[in-house]
Design a protein around this ligand. Structure first.
Ligand code: IPE
Ligand code: IPE
Ligand code: MG
Length: 241
C-alpha cells in the first residue's frame, strides 16, 4: 500500500482516467502572502509538478492543466511575460525527465499565437515524447474552448468535408484533443465556480469539483479528496439505471 491508501482501495472503474484542472488563485495566494504575483505563479508552476506526480502515483493516466487562456492576453504585460517564461522553463526543465519516465507532453491551444521560441520548444518536446505512453500530460496554452471549436470548423471546411459527413466524431477528431479521452473529472481551485472557456466540447459529461483552496495550496491530499468525491458519484450520461 502506497501513499494514497484510499485511492488505492478503489476499484479501477471508480477512478477517473482523465483529470482536468483549472488552476486558479495564484494571484490571490501571492496577495495573501504579501509577495509579488510572479511568486504566486512560480509556486503554482511548482505545484503542477507535485500534482502530476501524485496522479502518476495514483495510476491516473491523463492530466490536462489550463495554464493560459485566449483571454489571459488582457492581463498586464509583466503577468503575461512571466507566465510565458514559466511555461518555457517547465518544458526545458522537464523534457529529459518526461522521456525518462515515459511521459507524453502535449499542448492544446492556438500555437500560431505564441512567440516563435516557445512554439519551437513545444514542437521539440511534443516530438521527443510523441511515442511515450505511461502518462499523458496536456498543457492548455493560448487555449480557448470557443477558439478551439472555431479552428476545428475551419479545418473541416478547408478539408472539403461535406455537410452530411460532419458527425460528432468528425468534429472531435479536428479538435486539439483528437486522441485524448474527455475529462472524467474537472477540478477548479480558488473558489471560483465557472468554466472560463476551458474544454467546452469535452466537458459535456464531466464531473465538476470546486476547491476553495488557492492553487499553490492545493495538495496531493486535496486531490485525493476530490478523487474520493468523484468515486462516490453516479454518472448517468442522460440514461437511467
Ligand atoms: C491562475 O492564477 C493562473 C492563470 C490564470 C494563468 P491567477 O493569476 O488567475 O490568480 P488570481 O485569480 O488572480 O488569484
Ligand atoms: C482561467 O483563470 C484561466 C486559467 C486558469 C489559465 P482566470 O483567472 O483567467 O479566469 P477568470 O478570469 O477568473 O474567469
Ligand atoms: Mg484567476
Amino acid at each position: 500500500m502506497g501513499q494514497y491508501e484510499w485511492v488505492e482501495k478503489l476499484p479501477h472503474e471508480r477512478l477517473p482516467q482523465h483529470v482536468a484542472i483549472i488552476l486558479d488563485g495564484n494571484g490571490r495566494w501571492a496577495k495573501e502572502h504579501s509577495v509579488s504575483r510572479s511568486k504566486g505563479h512560480l509556486a503554482g508552476a511548482e505545484n503542477v509538478e507535485t500534482i502530476s506526480d501524485a496522479l502518476i502515483d495514483m495510476g491516473i493516466p491523463y492530466l490536462t492543466v489550463y495554464a493560459f487562456s485566449t483571454e489571459n492576453w488582457k492581463r498586464r504585460q509583466e503577468d503575461v511575460s512571466y507566465l510565458m517564461m514559466l511555461l518555457k522553463r517547465y518544458l526545458v526543465k522537464n523534457k529529459k525527465d518526461a522521456i525518462r519516465r515515459n511521459i507524453r507532453i502535449r499542448v492544446l491551444g492556438d500555437k500560431q499565437g505564441l512567440a516563435p521560441d516557445l512554439r519551437d520548444l513545444i514542437e521539440d518536446v511534443e516530438q521527443a515524447t510523441a511515442s511515450l505512453d505511461s502518462f499523458y500530460l496536456q498543457f492548455a496554452i493560448n487555449y480557448g474552448g470557443r477558439d478551439e471549436i472555431r479552428r476545428a470548423v475551419q479545418k473541416i471546411a478547408a478539408e472539403g468535408i461535406k455537410a452530411e459527413e460532419i458527425t460528432e466524431e468528425v468534429i472531435g477528431a479536428h479538435l486539439d484533443t483528437a486522441d485524448i479521452p474527455d475529462p472524467d473529472l474537472l477540478i477548479r481551485t480558488s473558489g471560483e465556480e465557472r468554466i472560463s472557456n476551458f474544454l467546452l466540447w469535452q466537458l459535456a459529461y464531466s464531473e465538476f469539483y470546486f476547491s476553495p483552496k488557492y492553487w499553490p495550496d492545493f495538495t496531493p491530499q486535496d486531490l485525493e479528496e476530490a478523487i474520493l468525491d468523484y468515486a462516490g458519484r453516479q454518472r448517468r450520461f442522460g440514461g437511467r439505471k
